[in-house]
Structures are given as C-alpha cells and as structure tokens.
Design a binder for this molecule. Structure first.
Ligand code: 6PG
Length: 248
C-alpha cells in the first residue's frame, strides 16, 4: 500500500536544508546498517546547494562516506567544467571536500555531444552497478528532487517525450523551451526509490506547489505530480515561502 506523502514545512531555507541533511544522515546510516551501502541520486539547480554544503561540513562526521554511492537524477548537456553542470556544483560544494572514494561517484559524461549516447551509457552504468536483469528498475535508497516554477522535476519537463518513457532508465530529453537536450532519470526510476525527497523553496514555487499538491491537474503539465514511489517514502521539504499558497 502506497503511503501518503509527508509534507514538512520549515520556516526558512536554512532550516529546510538542515531538515533535509538530517534525513540524508538518517537514510545513509540506516542503509549502510541494513545493506552495507547507501545509494543516492542528487538533484541539480540551486536549491540543494546549501544542503550539499551542510553534508560536507556540519554533517560530515555523521556520514559513512566510503559506503556512499553518488549518482545524478539529471544533468545538463554540458561539460563538467560548465557553470550549468549539476556535477560541477555538487563537486565544488561537497564531493571535493569529503572522503568519498572517487570510484563511488558516477558522473554522467555530459560532455559527449551525442546526448542519446550519454543516456545509454549512464543507463548501462546503472544496470551494472545495481546488477539489474532486463526489465528491472534500480532501487535507490534516496533520490533528491527539486521542482521548477513550471512543475518540472529532474529534467522531466511539461509536455516532453521523457514523460511517456516506461522502460528506459535514463533518457536524453529535448526541452523545446530551453532549446536543449537534458539528461534525466525516467519516472520508473524515480518511483522505484526507497525514498524520494523534494526540496522546494521560495515564493516563486508557491503557486505551482499548490497545483501539484492540492489540485487535480495533469501530470503531463505538472510532471512533479507523477512522482510517487510505488513502495517508498515521499517527503516534501518546503519552506514557508514555497508553502504559502497551500490550504493546509
Ligand atoms: C536541474 C534540476 C531541476 C531543478 C529545478 C529547480 O537540473 O535544474 O534537476 O529539476 O531541481 O529546476 O531548480 P532550483 O532549485 O534552481 O529552483
């Protein structure tokens, strides 16, 4: 039976990041105790930056870095040196500052001009790491997600082809409004996680968050609505600004 989403409203962006950091620490130590490793897919954009900083500083000594395995739920189609690279941000703020073995970090090779190949190769990486048989879906311990003002999450944008993907794990997704390909996990991967944690901050997200959480809108138009782990936890970490339009 799918459990209801947990909505956690924190007063400030800092408190949102602190609450999310506590969740990462809890999940990581539980996973390592139960299964000997912790697999996490990071989100991109700006919201998680402070969380990553907290993990590398305040929470540093509470995390089993050598048993943690890092992936990305989506990536821009740019080299890892590009200011837009989700990998670059996570590496600068966190991974370069903590004792995680380099072999535990699985970056999408988004410098390859052939975006479809990048997606295929990353899918192979997932299948190998999780030792998947055909038709299997990886079960990440934790997938971090953000949400754009248009209701997109990862790089699953409204009206894009990736929303229909039911068998591939990673795809290159053309995003017309950005005039670019984006690399993204597909919904089966997001919904296969043990835990999905959205981090949503700021008044610019308030309207779309109400639509996603409280209104009977189309997932095609608001892809974040389509994320609901079939057998896992779904937690929304919100600050007051983002939650300001919610009725509850
Ligand atoms: C990306 C993200 C994307 C992001 C949202 C929110 O690659 O941009 O994965 O899904 O989470 O766009 O971005 P902000 O946190 O910057 O608002």
């Amino acid at each position: 039976m799918k459990s209801a989403a947990e909505i956690r409203i924190l007063t400030t962006p800092q408190e949102l990041s602190e609450a999310a950091a506590e969740e990462v620490v809890r999940d990581a130590n539980e996973a390592v105790k139960a299964r000997g490793r912790f697999t996490i897919a990071l989100s991109g954009g700006s919201t998680p930056k402070n969380l990553f900083n907290l993990l590398a500083t305040n929470a540093r000594n509470a995390l089993p870095w050598d048993r943690m395995y890092f992936f990305w739920g989506d990536e821009r189609h740019v080299p890892p040196t590009d200011p837009d690279s989700n990998y670059r941000m996570a590496d600068e703020v966190m991974l370069s500052k903590v004792p995680v073995p380099p072999g535990n970090v699985f970056r999408m090779a988004a410098e390859n001009p052939d975006a479809a190949r990048v997606a295929e190769d990353y899918e192979k990486t997932l299948r190998k790491f999780f030792q998947l048989t055909p038709g299997d879906v990886p079960q990440f311990d934790l997938i971090l997600l953000g949400m754009g003002p248009d209701g997109h999450t990862a790089s699953l944008f409204p009206g894009t082809a990736a929303l229909q993907e039911k068998s591939r794990l990673v795809v290159s997704n053309w995003v017309e409004k950005l005039k670019t390909n984006r690399l993204s996990f597909t919904l089966p991967v997001l919904n296969g996680a043990r835990c999905v944690a959205f981090l949503v901050s700021g008044t610019d997200k308030a309207g779309v968050l109400k639509t996603v959480l409280e209104e009977n809108a189309s997932g095609e138009q608001y892809p974040a609505k389509l994320v609901n782990p079939s057998a896992g936890k779904l937690i929304w970490f919100l600050d007051r600004a983002a939650a300001s339009s919610l009725s509850k």
